[in-house]
Design a protein around this ligand. Sequence first.
Ligand SMILES: [Mn+2]
Length: 424
Amino acid sequence: MFLHDRDRSRTHHPMDLKGTIEAREKRHHHPDLTKLAGWKAMHLEADLPEGRMEEERQWALRMGLTGADSIEDKSIPTFARGELPHFAGINTFLKAPYAEDVLEVADYDATVLGIPFDGGTTYRPGTRFGPQGVRKISALYTPYNYEIGVDLREQMTLCDAGDVFTIPANIEKSFDQISRAVSHVASSGSLPIMIGGDHSIGFPCVRGIAECTSKKIGIVHFDRHADIQEKDLDERMHTTPWFHSTNLPNVPATNLVQIGIGGWQVPREAVKVARERNTNIITMGDMEKMGIDKTIEMALEMAWKDVDMVYMSFDIDSIDCGFVPGTGWPEPGGFLPREALALASGIAAEGICGLELVEVSPPYDTSDITALMGTRVIVDVLGALVSNGKLGAHKKFIDKPVSLPHGEFNGRRWRNDGPHKVGV
Ligand SMILES: [Mn+2]
């Protein structure tokens, strides 16, 4: 029986083969690969510089010593330093240099700032671990993106200034710390990239930037939730950042654009405020009907109307909760990841004065998938800023930089020959 079947298939073989050859010849003449983005991207890469990569290799050998004799690749150090291997090392965001001395942020185009605060959550906590969760999985990435032909390492400078010292039991003190940190980074000219934390941090982040400028700021806010009521549970929780942000004199509510709002978790109190203040809400359904390009166009028009800068706030829960289980208030029916990334890139393409990525809660996450999406939002925004030449475009509007005093200490920590050596 088996033999018979095999024989039969053999007799059909030559004909099948003939068909395949014909099809292959036809296909060979058809496609014009040069019209594909994939082909163009392949050629774009040739124009990207490689100097910083080489510099990093040299730096790694200086910092981490040369590798063992048996290792043929002489760029591999003994101690892991820099990007490689992706599973090793002390993780800053994207393995960017750690600006332990925060005065150094001025030397970088953009600064990542962790804001480990979840005192504003009203359901699931855990976003205080968001910055570390995002940093951890960000180690997976290279700084190069094939499709847009950008290499962040070669085309911009990025540092990680570590985390803000938040006060777990006190929202207002934490807000003050956050605004102070963000205003320090913004004043230095470096673009502040905040990793939350719950969404209550939206207000102190905007406040930190707003106090460094006499200019007006618009906001593009990605979320399933409106987050614009005055108080929740008697405090300024993560349901309230845009009420307080749009109370700031240079942050007009009419320039607040909220994309992705919808579902069954939008409090009516918030809707009332949105209506009173005339904010701009684009629902998930609106986005689906208009399409991504039209949504971007409309959002940019409203956010940029008569202002000089636009701030971006991205709540990870705006993406469908099937893709981002590790978040405080999961709500089905959100963006597909592709839509979210395209929208965030499209908004960033016109330039931003700050980015805040919030609501990643690693304790509820699965396989780091939510933190991974958060990482993508940040690197895609950076990629869009670089490829559109908008990184740093906001700098000229920071016309009231703040100056914060620092403590006085000369020396280095934990050294044997320090001033505190005992028994000598
Ligand atoms: Mn939300």
